[in-house]
Ligand binder design. Structure first.
Ligand code: ADP
Length: 270
């Protein structure tokens, strides 16, 4: 398996790696910052019995992706389990980024830019016929120059099947109505909508006051998470376009792109 990895070009050299401080906590352990051959990187150490082969199978998704709005994999090191090395996103995840700055410090234009970044990353995944399946604010990271990128493709799958396995855990509060019922796999776009709602209401959890069972009921009865206060009109309207019951009508990107172009052309400040 190691030879295969070497051939693939994703095997990096331990001697070029400097491990720095812990910057986050992931499902499999801490995430560190550090340097690899002079470049600042993030390092995820996975201690379980993953073999190089497992890695290649599971992250083959990541090795095939390159886009300005997807966190870039740099490679792996087989040491102490497995080190996964990615580009360093110095401003952390989107939830913390927005919370720590507060609404006034982040302009509506900037919010929109961040949301559009995510749309573009997701659109690229879509173009590769991939579903992320774990899109959420904590999996969107912000770079030094404030570009948002989607990360964490651990759960990503090729869109080969139209049904989800029964044992798949769904993030209920973020899941599209039809996915709750028919277990259709097409729900990344709905997550995108919820994300925009979160962004507009200063990153509260959606359906804050309800548990998952109640949320299912609310969604099925088509009552909505309609917190409109404090919301720039432009984001509210976009979020509304994602909530169409018909999945095919949830256009993730075009509306926002058009709108941004118009803003630019007319030089309107939001
Ligand atoms: P897991 O998938 O195991 O939950 P994550 O990839 O979500 O782990 O990482 C957990 C946290 O670590 C993130 O929310 C983020 O704050 C930080 N983090 C992860 N990757 C990076 C990175 N490339 N640059 C900066 N911070 C990161």
């Amino acid at each position: 398996a190691e030879t295969k990895l070497l051939k693939s070009g994703w095997l990096l050299d331990l001697s070029k790696l400097t491990l720095g401080a812990a910057i986050g906590e992931g499902e499999f352990g801490a995430v560190f910052e550090g340097e690899y051959g002079g470049q600042r990187v993030a390092i995820k150490n996975i201690k379980s019995d993953v073999t190089a082969q497992d890695f290649l199978e599971e992250t083959s998704v990541m090795t095939n992706l390159r886009h300005k709005n997807l966190v870039q994999l740099l490679g792996v090191i087989l040491h102490n389990g497995l080190y996964i090395i990615t580009e360093l996103m110095t401003k952390g995840n989107l939830v913390n980024f927005l919370r720590s700055r507060g609404r006034l410090a982040v302009s509506a234009t900037q919010l929109l830019r961040l949301a559009l970044d995510v749309c573009e990353g997701m659109e690229h995944l879509e173009s590769k016929k991939l579903l992320h399946r774990d899109l959420a604010g904590r999996n969107i990271l912000v770079s030094e120059d404030s570009v948002a990128k989607v990360s964490d493709f651990g759960l990503a799958v090729a869109k080969v099947s139209s049904t989800t396995p029964d044992n798949l855990k769904l993030p209920v509060k973020w899941t599209a109505p039809e996915a709750l019922k028919t277990r259709s796999l097409r729900y990344d776009v709905n997550v995108m909508r919820i994300l925009l709602v979160q962004v507009k209401i200063k990153v509260q959890q959606p359906y804050n006051a309800f548990d998952s069972r109640e949320v299912k009921q609310i969604i099925e009865e088509r009552r909505r998470n309609d917190a409109r206060s404090n919301c720039p009109e432009i984001i509210y309207t976009q979020a509304r376009c994602y909530r169409r019951q018909n999945a095919e009508q949830r256009n993730p990107n075009r509306w926002m792109q058009d709108r941004l172009e118009t803003e630019k052309a007319q030089n309107i400040s939001l």
